[in-house]
Design a binder for this molecule. Structure first.
Ligand code: BG6
Ligand code: MG
Length: 214
């Protein structure tokens, strides 16, 4: 039986993908780069600067930018994103999440966040999710983005459970690869076709049966 649960944030606990999309879309419009919701799928789970590089790779004119210009673009995107998430509350927690977190706590399972986002503390606080977590590992403390296993290795260490006794809940293939490299059991949330590295996939967390794993 597993003893620890490590959660991704965006797309697993809260549906922030649409806010990330709107912020990237606005930046893309300002730069005159075509950017669609399908393109946005490639940014899921990917760090802010790596996401920017993907967006700039869609530029028909192949313009090159200095690292200062790219920093300014990433800051612009984040300012737009922070505006969009500033009114987030518990109503934006995804279905099945709160009851799962409550049941895990009742069973004494330790819970940590493993997110690439530097905005994780804001979202955890405004939605009330912080209350369920024993540790938070996010983009402010991790140097290496998923598929590097760093956030999950640090998450397991922070809750004092060996990675092979932890489950990771992830909606992105890069995150599932990170989970497997960390030696965790990888639970995909979404569609199996998009999540080949998952050990098991649930279309949403209302369908998750805790007693099978914990
Ligand atoms: C991940 C999201 O959780 O965090 C990505 O899936 C996002 O879309 C990444 O780019 C970094 O987030 P932030 O908030 O630090 O820009
Ligand atoms: Mg995610």
């Amino acid at each position: 039986k597993l003893k620890g649960a490590l959660f991704d944030l965006d797309g697993v606990l809260v549906d922030t993908a649409s806010y990330h999309y709107l912020a990237w879309k606005e930046l893309a419009n300002e730069l005159n780069i075509p950017f669609t919701k399908v393109d946005n799928e490639r940014l899921k789970g990917v760090s802010r600067m790596a996401s920017l590089d993907i967006l700039l790779s869609l530029d028909k004119e192949n313009r090159l930018y200095t690292s200062e210009q790219k920093e300014a673009m990433a800051t612009r995107k984040n300012d737009l994103y922070v505006q969009l998430i500033r009114h987030m509350d518990a109503s934006e927690i995804l279905p099945g999440v709160v009851s799962l977190l409550k049941m895990l706590r009742e069973q004494g399972v330790k819970i940590a966040l493993g997110s690439a986002s530097k905005n994780a503390p804001k979202i955890m606080a405004s939605t009330g999710l912080s209350a369920f977590f024993d540790a938070v590992i996010d983009g402010n403390v991790a140097a290496n983005a998923k598929p590097d296993p760093e956030v999950f290795l640090k998450g397991a260490a922070a809750i004092g459970i060996s990675p092979d006794e932890c489950a990771v809940f992830e909606d992105a293939e890069a995150g599932l690869q990170a989970a497997k490299s960390a030696g965790c059991f990888a639970i995909g949330v979404g569609e199996s076709v998009n999540l080949p590295s998952a050990d098991v996939v649930y279309s949403d967390l209302t369908l998750f049966d805790l007693s099978v794993y914990f």
